[in-house]
Design a protein around this ligand. Structure first.
Ligand code: KIV
Length: 318
């Protein structure tokens, strides 16, 4: 299979004219691994950011449960619900034309039973328009992955620092640091591939471990805090553009400062409203000449009538 040449979107594209680019599919991502071409993935949670991400030529957009933290302001990913995730997945789906859209299965949506996991994943495909779902975990998720694949739902695994296991891990610490842990991670990754996973996210593990796992698998690995040797990379959109309001993790590279940009814009608006320089003439609507003259005449008549009533009142009062 050949991968089409994806041209970057024209940044001048208006809301109404969107460039047409070839759709990325999950098999394209597999092919990228085979050809040694890096996969660029990012999270997005709403229409505007998802459009920017998609039009910039990102291959995979993950509606991550990190939205609990960066969008909803919660202190972990644990509380976000399927309905909340679906709400954001639909917004992203409306925006994305080119990239693969993946929905993160939130904590509790696949933990109670296989049937519930499959039913929730079906919702992400059917109601959210996701092309794949992501689940955290290794050997404890193999049956679920098999069931989802049987149900024609592609699955992306997630190993290493899995934020839904924050309490078991005792915090957000780098995983896979002992030989035993490295072997377990590698076995989990290989088992996920055998169970039918389409790709595996590797989060918060040493570079050397991610390299070993990437070499063992035929499906792509997508790293976050896992070094440069993965088949692809993913970052949280808000971290990339400095909208997270927290000290960036070691693995984050900030490519822009949206916080500074937005703050300056909002402060400028506040000052212009306070100084009455917004809105100006150019930002105001105007009547056509005929209606304007008629309105001016009406106002002048009203004013004359008011003056006359006032004079009459003064005469009576004398
Ligand atoms: O929820 C998320 O954003 C993720 C990525 C960090 C991979 O799972």
């Amino acid at each position: 299979m050949s991968i089409p040449h994806f041209r970057s979107a024209d940044s001048s594209a208006s809301t109404h004219s969107r460039p047409t680019t070839a759709k990325v599919t999950l098999p394209h991502l597999q092919e990228k691994k085979r050809l040694g071409q890096p996969i660029a993935a990012l999270t997005a949670y709403d229409y505007a950011s998802a459009r920017l991400v998609d039009e910039s030529g990102i291959d995979l957009v993950l509606v991550g449960d990190s939205l609990a933290m960066v969008v909803m302001g919660l202190d972990s990913t644990l509380a976000v619900t399927v309905d909340e995730m679906l709400h954001h997945t639909r917004a992203v789906r409306r925006a994305v034309r080119r990239a693969v859209v993946v929905a993160d299965m939130p904590f509790g949506s696949y933990h109670a039973s296989l049937a519930e996991g499959v039913a929730n994943a079906v919702r992400f495909v059917k109601e959210g328009g996701a092309e794949a779902v992501k689940v955290e975990g290794g050997r404890n998720r193999l049956e679920l992955v098999e069931r989802l694949v049987d149900a024609e739902i592609p699955v992306i695994g997630h190993l290493g620092l899995t934020p839904q296991a924050v309490h078991r891990m005792g915090g957000y610490a780098v995983q896979g640091k002992t030989l035993r842990a490295i072997d377990e991670l590698t076995r989990d990754a290989v088992s996920l591939e055998h169970a039918g996973a389409t790709a595996v996210v590797l989060e918060g593990i040493p570079r050397e471990v991610a390299r070993r796992i990437t070499a063992e698998l035929t499906i792509p690995t997508i790293g976050i805090g896992a070094g440069p040797d993965c088949d692809g990379q993913i970052l949280v959109f808000h971290d990339l553009v400095n909208l997270s309001f927290s000290k960036p993790a070691k693995f984050v590279r900030q490519y822009g400062d949206a916080a500074a940009l937005f703050r300056a814009a909002v402060e400028g608006y506040r000052d212009d409203v306070a100084g009455r320089s917004f809105p100006g003439e150019a930002e105001s609507y105007h009547l056509a000449k005929e209606e304007r003259l008629a309105l001016e005449e009406r106002l002048a008549m009203d004013e004359r009538a008011m003056d006359e009533r006032l004079s009459a009142k003064l005469v009576l009062a004398r």
